[in-house]
Design a protein around this ligand. Structure first.
Ligand SMILES: Nc1ncnc2c1ncn2[C@@H]1O[C@H](COP(=O)(O)OP(=O)(O)OP(=O)(O)O)[C@@H](O)[C@H]1O
Ligand SMILES: [Mg+2]
Length: 487
């Protein structure tokens, strides 16, 4: 790999042929300009009309402009979408664990009339109804939803305690979740509560699934096993100190993941308003929503010819535990099912720390890589080792590592397009125009941020509770059917 663009050592070497990356991609979005010659640099749409998906990886130390780059790229995509007929627009789902992409809403208002398609939702603050028992997760069967949810409990447990579920816990939690999914008006609170004394018997009386009932009654629960299952379920689905989250996962009507994947929908999970950013509830909400979106996408037929989906994860290390074991599968599955991933992270060691193969899998499967400033030499060397051609000389890797350590704010190196990597600086965000649009479209932005709030008083039904919830008006299992919150 030639590094001439990165190191400025052009004078010492013959100049390479100028790579033809400028607007090489008809679906590209210009995000910046090359430092060497001011050429516009574009990043490809993660999905195209031909469904040739291109996962992209963005890295860079804190404060060096990753989120700024994502804003430019997303707004470019949205401006492009706005010119297409609705049926041809991709769906965009964004995970914004720190709330850094809040300006996206005003940016959208400034460039298009797409705000009615935007949902900016914070499951922890606004109690977006996400009762997993009632979610329309694509065409996921209850059996597969059970497996997905058990997997999620496992990932959250592993991330929180560093310990994966044991076999007995998997069997017990699986039986309880499957029974809960087949109990009228249920919420996942029932799952944790089923592990109190006589809980499984009570649940067996409520579930409508014979298989789940048999599995429940066949469990041999010691007090220790019950206690550990209960704690893990509380960790995953409640008991995290957020009443909004609790109301959310027990709400009778819920957000439909199928709706999120409809053409032109822009959904942003903005979780940065909680105190103590990236604390447990934020991670859990990110992991849960990401896992369920992936589950919905994996249900698509392949090769998929419907609405493509762009999935953007700022701070992707937050959800790494749920994808660590199946990342390659996830990345190839999403490719064949019409979804393109954009993964951004502050530090590549955050990924390699989750599991040894995770970083290689991400870098191998992401056709495009955009690298910003790397904080420490060891990380720069790791990055250069992973990203350089296998035949690259050690000195070329050293050069690459050195150049990554010296990048200034908003400077990135783009790998993956034809030709040599190119160092570029992101264009300046038009913040004044966004501020003006935020004022002008304040009502539409407020609507985008309140589209999915759980109605007051819709507390989850608690199968095992003697005392009613405060303000509760639904102590009986709710009977409301599924309702789309997209109107
Ligand atoms: N293209 C840009 N134009 C103008 N300002 C920018 C641009 N990109 C980033 N900034 C500003 O620089 C600051 C840091 O950038 P940004 O939030 O994008 O960093 P980051 O790499 O995402 O950091 P972190 O990892 O902590 O989230 C922010 O105040 C942001 O508004
Ligand atoms: Mg950021």
């Amino acid at each position: 790999m030639k590094l001439i663009d990165l190191t400025g050592s052009v004078l010492r070497r013959p100049a390479p042929p100028k790579p033809a990356i400028v607007h090489a991609d008809p679906d590209g979005v210009v995000v910046g300009h090359a430092i060497a010659d001011d050429r516009p640099i574009d990043l490809p749409m993660p999905v195209t009309g031909q469904l040739q998906n291109r996962h992209t990886f963005v890295s860079g130390a804190s404060g060096f402009g990753k989120t700024g780059l994502l804003l430019l790229w997303l707004l470019g995509m949205i401006a492009r979408m706005a010119r297409l007929p609705l049926a041809q627009r991709p769906a965009i789902i964004i995970w914004d664990p720190k709330g850094d992409l809040d300006e996206l809403d005003s940016g959208i208002a400034a460039i298009s009339d797409m705000l009615p398609f935007v949902s900016a939702i914070d499951p922890l603050q606004t109690a977006v109804p996400m009762n997993f028992c009632r979610l329309e997760v694509g065409i996921l069967s209850p059996r597969l939803l059970t497996a997905t949810l058990v997997d999620l409990v496992n990932a959250i447990s592993s991330a929180g305690n560093g310990v994966a579920l044991g076999n007995q816990q998997i069997i017990a939690i699986g039986a309880v979740i499957e029974a809960v999914l087949h109990a009228p008006g249920s919420s996942l609170h029932w799952a944790a509560q089923a592990f109190q004394p006589d809980g499984t018997a009570v649940l067996a009386g409520r579930t409508t699934s014979d298989t789940a009932r048999e599995a429940l009654l066949g469990l041999h629960l010691t007090p220790e096993l019950s206690a550990s299952c209960r704690i893990r379920l509380l960790q995953a689905f409640g008991g995290l100190g957020s009443e909004a989250w609790e109301a959310s996962i027990g709400a009778p009507n819920c957000l439909s993941f199928r709706d999120m994947l409809l053409p032109g929908r822009i959904t942003r999970f903005c979780l940065g308003n909680s105190p103590g950013a990236l604390e447990a509830p934020v991670k859990v909400a990110c992991m849960a929503t990401f896992k369920l979106v992936l589950a919905a996408i994996q249900q698509r037929v392949t090769p998929f010819t419907g609405t493509p989906a762009v999935l953007v994860l700022d701070e992707c290390a937050v959800v790494a535990p749920v994808i660590a074991n199946s990342l390659e599968k996830t990345l190839s599955l999403t490719r064949s099912r019409g979804a393109g991933l954009v993964l951004a992270t502050q530090s590549i060691t955050q990924l390699s720390a989750v599991s040894p193969g995770l970083l290689s899998a991400v870098l191998t499967n992401c056709a495009y890589k955009v690298a910003g400033r790397v904080g420490v030499p060891s990380e720069a060397m790791l990055f250069a080792k992973e990203i350089a051609d296998s035949g690259a000389a050690g000195s070329a890797r050293d050069e690459m590592a050195q150049s990554l350590l010296k990048l200034k704010p908003r400077e990135f190196v783009s790998f993956g397009q034809p030709g040599a990597p190119v160092r570029f600086v992101t264009d300046t965000l038009p913040k004044a125009a966004w501020l003006a649009a935020a004022e002008k479209h304040a009502d539409a932005i407020a609507a985008a941020r309140s589209r999915h709030i759980v109605p007051a008083g819709h507390w989850p039904t608690r199968l095992f509770d003697a005392a009613p919830r405060p303000q509760s008006d639904n102590t009986n299992p709710p009977t409301a059917g599924r309702r789309s919150h997209w109107g």
